[in-house]
Design a protein around this ligand. Sequence first.
Ligand SMILES: C[S@@+](CC[C@H](N)C(=O)[O-])C[C@H]1O[C@@H](n2cnc3c(N)ncnc32)[C@H](O)[C@@H]1O
Length: 508
Amino acid sequence: MRNLWRDPTTLAITCGKGIVPYLKQELTELGYEILGNNETMVGIRAKNACRDILRLNLSLRTAQRVLWPFVQEVRCRTLDDLYRLAYYAPWEQVLSVDESFFVNNATHDVATVNDTRMTTLKVKDAIVDRLREKCGRRPNVGDSVPVRVVAEGETLFEKKTPLRSAMRVVRAALEDWLNTLSEEQERAELLIEIDGYDLMSGSFYLPKLDLMVLKRRFERTFGARLTGGTPGAAVFVYWEGTHAKIYIDTTGNSLSRRGYRKEGWVAPMQEALAAACVMATGWDKREPFVVPFSGSGTPAIEAAMMARNILPGTLRADFAFMHLLGWTHIIPGEKAGESVRKRFGATPQAIWREMVAQARAAEVPATDPNLPTIVGVDWEEKAVEIAEANAEAAGVGSNIKFFVDDFTDTSLPKGPGVVFMNPPYGERLEDEESLVPLYEGIGQWLRTQVPAGWRAWVITSSKPLSLKIGLKTSTILPFKNGALDCRLLGYEVFEPAAEAEEAEASEA
Ligand SMILES: C[S@@+](CC[C@H](N)C(=O)[O-])C[C@H]1O[C@@H](n2cnc3c(N)ncnc32)[C@H](O)[C@@H]1O
């Protein structure tokens, strides 16, 4: 049996559609040999086992997941085949029964499966059965269980909820309810049931309603270590046509979720897509980067993180690899981290700590005078407030200037530089027709307000609207933004005389 922490291997890195070229660029810059790719995955050789897994999770800006091949690709036609495939794999050597785990899947063109959730369920059942057989105990899984919270006869919450978030939901319901109580109220009848277990019932003196007690009871009842809503270990199934392959997902929550987004805003761009777009613009990290339509600030924040050399993984506290055997748990037959310590001279945890510390030490200080000017503009005050809070959370609050303004009032710093725009597309925000003046305005602004030498980029899903910009594109790059097929359109800004001719040759 190969050891994830110790043995050289190949790894599969996943990403969104359109992002593969930028992911490959990142991997090459990190020095990896690329073995191949499809539309959403790049394969690499990883000679340093755990060092590579940790480094990739820490560094990659455009990826979603780092996958370790666990069950090699084999013929698999039915869900029963899949169950057998998963059941005979030695899960007890990588997963702990004390941790929860999740199964994600990509299932394409499988004749016998019309609901891809079945892929997840079958593999999860097989793993649970295998672990129960080998370890004598059932592991925690992301099953939904009925949760009921009743206070003074009033139902505060009643819904099937994943076990991992059950306590969070109960606490939130109780805290909200406690806030509504009058000062005189001292005792209340409570009933808290999770999965049919009576976690707390009876009359409670409210000021002493200790949520920690509740948490301990939960842990005792379900044997689940509460990890603050983290998803635990993760498994990824790739099943295409008649062949399936199973991976250990070392990432868990997508790498795109950096953790700096504290509040939502309309149509935000995924962080990994924003990073890929910034790379696609060819921005050199020194010239100005200006983002009209900045919304919650994602592209500006990603650009600032690049300029500061802030690795996205340094913002995150939790990765799925931290829930695998060998991280804090014991691989059967060895002390925690022993095999890794022998090979690398340190435990995986110590290697991770050192890597994070080195990454932080290599960041460009926020006050470095050579940092580029990064500007974000949105006409909604709330958007700018959110963007500022997000930038602060990402550690780049002082490196971006946000303004509340119409995009036409964006004042450009001394250039040349890059303008990146993600305007409304008319699919999610407003209908296309009403956005015609906005796109015409973008063209007009680029022609009249943006000095020659700047490069401008507009991402949109609407071809008819993009034509309203009325300038010739120098580059067209396909991307997927959520479910929408988009194109990132590049424009060189010319001197006004040249621009008149260019306008005629507008995008075909
Ligand atoms: C698609 S969202 C941008 C999302 C952003 N990239 C993010 O990740 O959050 C479009 C933004 O353009 C803003 N907007 C629309 N028309 C505008 C205008 N004329 N001037 C400035 N901002 C505008 C909206 O308030 C919205 O925040």
